[in-house]
Ligand binder design. Sequence first.
Ligand code: OOB
Length: 562
Amino acid sequence: MSVVHTPWPDDLAAAYRAKGYWRDEPLTDVITRHKGETAAATAILCGERAFSYTALDRLSDRLAWALQRRGLRAGDTALVQLPNRAEFYVVFFALLKCGAVPVNALNNHGAFELLSYAGQIEPRLAVLWRGHALVEPDPRGERPDSLLGQLGGSVGLNRVLLLDEAADDDCLDGFAWADGAALDAAEDGRPEGAIDAKGVAFFQLSGGSTGTPKLIPRTHNDYLYSVRQSVEVCGLDATCRFLCALPAPHNFTLSSPGALGVFLAGGTVVMAGDPGPATCFPLIERHRVTWAALVPPVLTLWLAEAGHTAADLSSLEVVQVGGAKLSASFAERVPAELGCRLQQVFGMAEGLVNYTRLDDDPWTVFNTQGRPMSPDDEIRILDPSGHPVAPGEAGELWTRGPYTFRGYYKADLHNARVFDAEGFYSSGDLVSRTPEGNLIVCGRSKDQINRGGEKIDAQEVEDVLAGHAQVNFAAVVAMPDALMGERSCAFVLAAPGTKASGLRRFLRERGLADYKMPDKIVFVDSLPKTAVGKIDKQLLRETLKREQPDLNAAPVRSTVTA
Ligand code: OOB
């Protein structure tokens, strides 16, 4: 049994194999390929704990064995939510070794997102961090039911594995089943069965723009190729000490080249609990970190602190910035103030990743988001009627290639909209291309807010708001923000007397992730419409731009008219 996915057409699959992109090797190869001396090298540093490649392989073997003993089978799905800790990778590789297919939820996802993923994959197993605020019942009563209670109904508590603070390097001691049983991972436990390297390895998460969080099946072949090619383009080797400061499951930190790239190269991943300079700068000094991957707002915080810190940052060689548009003025400050090179990364969980190259000229590095990493990434920049734009003009980005997916999981209707007949995927980004082939992101056509790299699906928040008894309609749009690039604003048509605080409480009760809470709520008596009768979100965005919003101001009742 394997998880279904939309396959690449035979001719392209054959070409990707012939070119050596797809080798039918499992993703677990990034750790198991290290033998002898290199297997003794440190793969992960997490707090005071160090894990060699051998340890990572053994721990994931033993965990996989224990999971199989509880009935986990190849083709089963799993829901995972863990913080940035070594155990995230132990669990990830253990599941792959079982042939089980995980969704790795972000640590700041709420019950709303987790239950939505669970609804789509019907997991056979859930792996959760016991310390996560959601897992246990909420003392303030804002969440009447704990996640454990809600999930337990569908997964069964005997299939919910909880991770506690681990006592020592044998991190398996930290795991226990939610029904109270011990994990019991035998010292010599090894999973049975071979991994189907032609199939789906795991699901990536889409930023979304359609109301329901979409899942992206990533195959062993396509993902391992993206990791291998990233390592090649970025020139990673065993000397790399990579700071994993953004959420570990995110495509950027996992594979661009991310932790999996560092494992493949035989380097060391240093886990950071959060990306702020107070946590990261001491880690950089202590572990002589050479690479870090950041989103623009975090870079801003690092730059603000770099001039004052006593920490020695001289080991830093490259800081990658991606996930949201980086302004040239901040980009230029990286070499001077952090003493290292900058690499811009424009990627997506769906596949395509663009990098500025380390030997690109400064203008390219500061002003573009880079070019595709694979010679077989195909790019089209089209106008709204589907025609190629003139060279240098902005248009919608369409792409296909050896590691760009061919369809969201169980989402035929949506897939029909975002893929064309030739299998090109529309990313919803507006880009232009320089004569050298570098892309510049200049906007987006998808209904999404990019809050400093965290993607908010406007329709999803609107739908939850519309479930409030006093709300007639809500429109959520981006508003400019100096630090985050964008924040979210909800324009709400509601019964008189409705309070913003009440709406926020309602969203929290629904379990919506904190970062999706509207930063500003504006009550309106009417909403502007376009000529075809849709809400004119462009006009709402322009209104906000003109207002130069004061985020601390109390919500106001105003009328926005066309
Ligand atoms: C990364 O992946 P996702 O799936 O969270 O978000 C993808 C979207 C892109 O379609 C684009 O809208 C935006 O995020 N984006 C950027 C950007 N990098 C991503 N917009 C402007 N400039 C950039 N450098 O965010 C992601 C995945 C892999 C590597 C890096 C980022």
